[in-house]
Design a protein around this ligand. Structure first.
Ligand SMILES: [Zn+2]
Length: 278
């Protein structure tokens, strides 16, 4: 049964877990933090919500968390495999406006205290990321969102704009594009983590030997006309592509930015161009 405005918190929790197959966690009333007073102890003897990142709570958990005193708690939904969800969190008016322009449908949308959440089908390749676009975060495996009918610290209630518990099949195109430009792909992790290590590290040497065209493709750089020409990650290109790849030296150079480097530098600059870091 789909919960309504006057449904209890326990109704909502049961709906999320038993009908939608999502995991849930108890949060402090009118707050965004897990409520340690009812969570089990982790390996270090401290209360933790982590078990519910991989396993859904039982009905007994839900009754304990969300009835009696717990009826005033907030409710969180973990992202990732356990719920089959990846979330986009837009927390400025501009970010919300962009989302609504690109994705007018209300399916999977929740009004939050300051903006909007979009619930999407879990994308395993992605990781949690903040501000990969202005005012826009990604939450997935290891993260969670505050869900309806919770109350934001500012007093606003989280509300489903579409069908309660609904989720979108795919991330909106502009989000995918921004994530690709940010090098958001687990297979890029070794490159991302290598920066800052010594240059004589054999792992760095190996990474630098990855064909730069493969790295450019993985980063989502758009191919231009002409051999080894690409549109720059800084998006200054209009008529022609100004970023050139040099397979012989496995390096690149942008004639618009007057900068270049190896594969690691290319990944780092691409990420930086969309507000991320490597
Ligand atoms: Zn450039």
């Amino acid at each position: 049964m789909t919960p309504k405005a006057n449904s209890t918190l326990l109704d909502w929790a049961r709906f999320y877990v038993h009908k939608k197959g999502y995991s849930v966690i108890p949060l402090i009333p009118r707050d965004k933090f897990p409520d340690a007073t009812v969570l089990p102890d982790g390996p270090e003897g401290k209360p933790t919500w982590k078990p519910f990142e991989t396993e859904k709570p039982t009905d007994a958990n839900l009754v304990k968390w969300f009835s009696g005193y717990g009826r005033n708690r907030n409710i969180g939904i973990p992202g990732g495999q356990v719920s089959g969800l990846t979330f986009i969190d837009c927390d400025t008016p501009e970010a919300v406006e962009r989302m609504n322009q690109e994705q007018p449908d209300t399916k999977g949308k929740v009004r939050t205290g300051k903006g909007l959440h979009l619930y999407c089908r879990f994308v395993p390749e992605l990781r949690n990321m903040t501000k990969f676009l202005p005012g826009t975060d990604l939450k997935t495996e290891g993260g969670y969102v505050v869900a309806p009918p919770s109350i934001h610290p500012n007093g606003k209630r989280y509300e489903c704009l579409g069908e309660p518990g609904s989720c979108f099949e795919n991330l909106p195109g502009y989000i995918m594009q921004a994530l690709k430009s940010a090098g958001m792909d687990k297979k890029l992790d070794p490159i991302i983590q290598s920066t800052g290590q010594k240059n004589n590290d054999p792992v760095i040497a190996f990474l630098k030997s990855i064909p730069i065209a493969d790295v450019a493709a993985r980063l989502g750089l758009e191919k231009g006309r002409g051999v080894n020409k690409y549109y720059c990650y800084n998006r200054h290109d209009k008529a022609s592509a100004s970023l050139a790849l040099y397979p012989n030296t496995n390096s690149y150079y942008c004639f618009g930015c007057n900068e270049g480097g190896d594969v690691i530098e290319l990944a780092r600059r691409c990420r930086k161009a969309t507000g991320g870091t490597i």
